[in-house]
Ligand binder design. Sequence first.
Ligand code: HEM
Length: 406
Amino acid sequence: MPWPALGCPRMAETLFEELKRYVGFSPEDEQALLALHGVAREHFSRIAEVFYARILEHEGARTALEGGESQVGHLKGTLQIWMDQLLRGPWDEAYYALRCRIGRMHVRIALPQHYMFGAMNVLRLEFQALIDEYYRHRPQEVEQVRRAVSKILDLELAIMLHTYREDLLAQQARNERLSTFGQLVGSIGHELRNPLGVIETSLFILKGRMTPGDERTTKHLDRIGEQVAIANRIVTDLLDMIRDKPLKHEPVRLAEVWQSARSAVQIPVGVSVVERGLSELPELRGDPNQLRQVFINLLENSIQAMGESGKVELTATIVAGSVELIFEDLGPGVSESIRRRLFEPLMTTKARGIGLGLPLVKRILERHGGSIAYVPRPEKGPGARFVIRLPITPPGGSSAALPAAR
Ligand code: HEM
């Protein structure tokens, strides 16, 4: 078979070219949009007002604009730039790359994709109204410009949906990696238990044979002991992640579980820990040890995030038949870019730790029929806030009915 000629003119089509071909976006459409730009640009600011007013009217869509008025003000400005580029082009690969970046911003803040259709329709209607007004006396151009607007807005929607799909595929790939990881971890975890056990036993024997007063040796043996405990904890967390420990179904007083977790964590003197409402809660049913682990992981995270000083608050109330626990700290909080992946295994920003603490917390709570969510707290300044829900009576109300492991 002959080799293809170098510099072959039939280069592979890019995704954007394919999309343009699919909607039939032509040079005539480009001309029509440029002509519309001339008359539409003075309306961009008004259209941006209408656009965000519509978003703010809807209680679900509104929650995405958590940055409040200043964010909306900024977004109105960027939407005007967006409209300017929409009608002025050039509709080239740089345009496509920019639109993908904007699409990924919406994906990153976990904006549900169905809001995009309503939002795009607001723009469609505004542009159509402008066309009706300015092209009244130019019947030969009106159809062309209508079609051009329709096509470019379809293209924009296609790019937005493409970025959501891209994210989904990346998540799938991550899940596949995690399932392979799970199998690997299971075997490595088991294998590590034995050598760690031997080190612990030998350490115990060595400590018994120490010359009294040998402080340096004591210090080093203690250090080995601490590190072995850390390694053991990592192995336990890993194994807990991949095989679900059977869940007990006992009466649980959360106030006691919280106290027990508090005493298991080393809390620096500069960190104050305050709890409210826990002792007034009714008895729940569940696994006290695993719920204790939930509190330990959250507390340890907060302390690592805050360092030597700060505050942790746990507030308990009853909301619609469930216990609601609000866990807050004064650390730096969780940046928007990692919020969506906060509960995924191996997601960590810490130098120490492998990112299993929060996934484990989520898993334990879900197995109790509960949930956990990260809820930003812009009204209170920096800090992290987790909202936990636990049913007072777990689904079914009997141990057999506790949700099965996923
Ligand atoms: C036709 C639909 C939409 C268009 C053309 C659009 C346009 C844009 C643009 C250009 C940006 C980039 C801002 C920047 O560079 O800083 C952006 C970001 C953003 N948009 Fe949209 N948007 C649309 C739909 C929505 C909807 C429906 C919502 C909320 C319900 C929304 C909320 C946001 C938020 C919160 C950001 C900031 C994200 C961040 O800071 O990471 N957008 N959008």
